[in-house]
Design a protein around this ligand. Structure first.
Ligand SMILES: O=C(CO)COP(=O)(O)O
Length: 248
């Protein structure tokens, strides 16, 4: 049985003040069977690390450099994140791919670096609307996965999480239906199974893209949906807690 993960990607949002109130809202939540993860922007990691100390909330970062250290102005290394108790790192998010030009090869090299520093990559994959309309959904997801498999090997997926985030569903209010998500998640698992059946059964596959409390229970009932990667709705403690409760 795969444990569900409910992760909040705060993206480039928040202030010192708003984060205190968001985290204190989340800390009112009773323990959950799911792993609850929050991903603040870099400047707030230290603050959030102190606030969540001794709670069951788990920290994620939104990006890392593929380089280990040195003259890379503006970059943040995997080892620095280890200093703040960060467990997960989002990699390959569509905003990084489309706005910042992260190619499959760059994403794969970041995954490799994250694994070397014992961070758990949350590898984000997913198709654009155009790609879905031209029946390229699986081809795109498989290409994005294959780039990582080729560099780090299928066995590394036991130490990773996959997040299926169709680009057309991100920030649009137009979530994939539970059935659409299930269809792709099942295909992703089947694709991984071609390289290793046992790894494919273990890897948690999250859905992301306009997840809300009202739509999350249907998603979580799907056999291959192992949780959610939530953007906008994770900035509201009550809404995020309702999603966590829906996960059981
Ligand atoms: O990109 C996302 C999470 O990484 C999803 O964002 P929204 O939930 O705001 O659509």
């Amino acid at each position: 049985m795969r444990q569900k993960i409910v992760a909040g990607n705060w993206k480039m949002n928040g202030s010192k003040e708003s984060i205190v109130s968001l985290v204190s809202g989340l800390l009112k939540m009773k323990d959950s069977n799911s792993e609850v993860v929050i991903a603040p922007s870099f400047p707030y990691l230290s603050q959030v690390c102190d606030l969540v100390d001794a709670s069951s909330l788990v920290l994620a970062a939104q990006n890392i450099s593929h380089e280990v250290k040195g003259a890379y102005t503006g970059e943040v290394s995997a080892s620095m994140l280890g200093d703040f108790g960060v467990k997960y790192v989002l990699l390959g998010h569509s905003e990084r791919r489309s706005i910042y030009g992260e190619t499959d090869a760059i994403v794969a090299s970041k995954v490799k670096t994250a694994l070397e520093f014992r961070l758990t990559p949350m590898l984000c994959i997913g198709e654009t609307l155009e790609e879905r309309q031209s029946n390229q959904t699986l081809a795109v997801c498989e290409r994005q996965l294959q780039a990582v498999i080729a560099l780090v090997g299928i066995e590394s997926f036991e130490k990773m999480v996959v997040a299926y985030e169709p680009v057309w569903a991100i920030g649009t209010g137009l979530s994939a239906s539970a059935e659409q998500a299930q269809e792709v998640h099942e295909s992703i698992r089947a694709f991984l199974a071609k390289s290793s059946e046992s790894v494919s059964q273990k890897v948690q596959i999250l859905y992301g893209g306009s997840v809300k409390a009202s739509t999350s229970s249907a998603l979580f009932q799907m056999p291959d949906v192992d949780g959610a990667l939530v953007g906008g709705a994770s900035l509201d403690a009550e809404e995020f807690i309702a999603i966590i409760k829906a996960a059981g």
